[in-house]
Design a protein around this ligand. Structure first.
Ligand code: NAI
Ligand code: MG
Length: 358
């Protein structure tokens, strides 16, 4: 009998979002069936840029309260060609992240067996990172304004916010993440040479929190130098913590270095577990390939696996990644990874592989 039940909100939203999320749901359903010790209940949410264009809102009144009753959210991507990106991002994704205090954004990266990194000397195992991104404040706190619109003397401010509370909780989370990994090694990314207030507080808090984790080694890098280190010495890194903006950029670089943005996952976590956490592929709505059946579903599979681990289904999470990697190793891959398979072929191959794994 099924002992554990998890209620999952499914929100594909825009572009290829619904395509990859449907693939993710198919694989999850298969996994739950084969495993038999836990159950998954899906509820579909159609919040998207279409909803916004029809109603003026991405999230209907009372929507967040409804969403809150789920154990987790599987999200696709938001963004449409005819809606400004800041409207779509703040209207849906950031509204959920900030509303649910999902302050830790976790982005693992690795080179899958059978795939190729654009780095000449990096193969499977050379690059195995977890980037922890501050996900509630910093440069994306939403503070600032515009005045004298349209005038030559128009001005705009985008104020970065670094609160001691906010920095402490993300540093502690990052050290804990590093501690759970075999290398127990954290790199703190900063820019305290140029940004002499918020980033200096960031550095000071890192030093203080490090004392709580005597078994974790750590070092500090300026963000610009960090891009060089990621490219030239990928083996020298393991767990990385950076601000909202810095980690946003570094994690796209990380995904590209691992082979494709189509494989990278991201978890938006409320580590206090008072709210559901949200899991999504790192990529956007990719209008250029929408509806063609070629979107890489691997980023969504990986994030679905992270979701299972977060819900306590560690074993199923591991099996899922074994199946995904067995499929890439056989060369069943989408075009972005150099293959010729479509979304459906990859998804069916992963389901078939799961039957073998179980
Ligand atoms: P994008 O990630 O949508 O696309 C960048 C490039 O990567 C495109 O050439 C696309 O075809 C390719 N790509 C992305 N995902 C892929 C996949 N699964 N398989 C194969 N190829 C894939 O980023 P872009 O073009 O900057 O943004 C498009 C829209 O998505 C914008 O409206 C943007 O605001 C939004 N966006 C939303 C995000 C979210 O919801 N978390 C994240 C990033 C962008
Ligand atoms: Mg990004």
């Amino acid at each position: 009998a099924v002992s554990r039940k998890h209620s999952i909100a499914i929100m594909g939203a825009d572009g290829i979002g619904p395509e990859v999320v449907a693939a993710g749901a198919q694989v999850l359903q298969k996994l739950a069936q084969l495993d038999g010790s836990f159950g998954l209940e899906f509820e579909d949410y159609d919040w998207s840029s279409d909803t916004y264009k029809k109603t003026g809102k991405y999230i209907p009144d009372g929507g967040l309260e409804k969403l809150k009753k789920h154990d987790a959210i599987l999200f696709g991507a938001v963004g449409a060609p005819d809606v400004p990106d800041h409207t779509s991002l703040w209207g849906l994704r950031l509204a959920i992240c900030q509303g649910f205090q999902q302050y830790a954004n976790v982005r693992p990266t690795k080179i899958f067996r059978g795939t190729q990194s654009p780095l000449r000397n990096a193969s499977h195992g050379a690059l195995d990172w977890v980037i922890v991104r501050e996900n509630s404040e910093g440069e994306y706190a939403g503070q600032g304004g515009r005045s004298h619109r349209g005038q030559p003397w128009e001005m705009a401010t985008e104020v970065s916010i670094f609160s001691r509370h906010g920095v402490e909780r993300i540093m502690r989370f990052a050290f804990e993440t590093a501690q759970k990994r075999p290398r127990k090694f954290l790199t703190v990314v900063t820019k305290s040479n140029a940004q002499r207030n918020g980033m200096v507080l960031w550095d000071e808090v890192a030093v203080a929190i490090a004392k709580e984790f005597p078994d974790v080694k750590w070092d500090k890098m300026l963000v610009d130098a960090m891009t060089c280190r990621m490219v030239l010495e990928p083996q020298s890194l393991d767990t990385i913590v950076a601000t909202n903006l810095h980690a946003d950029i570094l994690s796209d670089l990380a995904a590209a270095l691992a082979g494709s943005i189509g494989i990278a996952p991201t978890s938006n976590l409320d580590p206090t577990r008072q709210n559901p956490s949200m899991f999504e592929p790192i990529h956007g709505s990719a209008f250029d390939i929408t509806g063609k059946g070629v979107a890489n579903p691997v980023g969504t599979f990986w994030t679905a696996s992270e979701m299972l681990a977060w819900l306590g289904e560690e074993e199923a999470a591991t099996k899922m990644m074994e199946a995904v990697e067995a499929v890439t190793e056989r060369g069943v891959m989408t075009k972005d990874l150099g293959g010729s398979a479509g979304t459906k072929e990859v998804t069916d191959a992963v389901c078939a592989e799961l039957e073998r794994v179980y």
